[in-house]
Ligand binder design. Sequence first.
Ligand SMILES: [Zn+2]
Length: 204
Amino acid sequence: MTIRPALAFSLLLAATTAFAQTLPEVERSIVPVAAWGGTPADPAQAHRQAITHITLHHQGEPFRPGTDPRQYLRNLQTWSRNTKHWLDIPYHYIIDLDGNIYEGRKIDFAGDTNTEYDPTGHALIEVVGNFEEVEPNQQQLDAVVRLMAMLAHKYDVPLDHIASHRDFSTQTVCPGANLYRYVQDGYFRHKVALRLAQEQAGTR
Ligand SMILES: [Zn+2]
């Protein structure tokens, strides 16, 4: 198949546009708690933290296509507070099936976990789905990279502090074998390094 120059140009433009978000723009694109119908946590009850690590999780349950992510987040917030008696959703960011990023717990507040590691200092990212059973889609992988790069840039987190739940806990398979593969083979660290270099050079 031959591609006419005009078409080739518009394809190229589409590709660069998709990649054109600066890291501050990535941060601004995050859906805030109020926009999904959540309520703020009580700051007086919060355990404050400074970010030193970026740690990836999965939902660990199937996320059916057509599920409203906002409803899922409201349910997760209610369950976290009423059943687990946590301050808030345990994660700071949640990524849906389309690669949209939602704010969970405030990043200044340390997360929570059912396992034995101390999440203080960790920016916790949850990707919806169970990656023991399904593969992450490309939008989800791209969103993880964007978000990790934004966080690494903002909080000066070294690349070797980008990891996942099971790297800190023997009690879990989280973030699931099919997502963990991208942690283990260095995909995320590599893509984040590229993104940070582009941000530095201003050549996104
Ligand atoms: Zn986890």
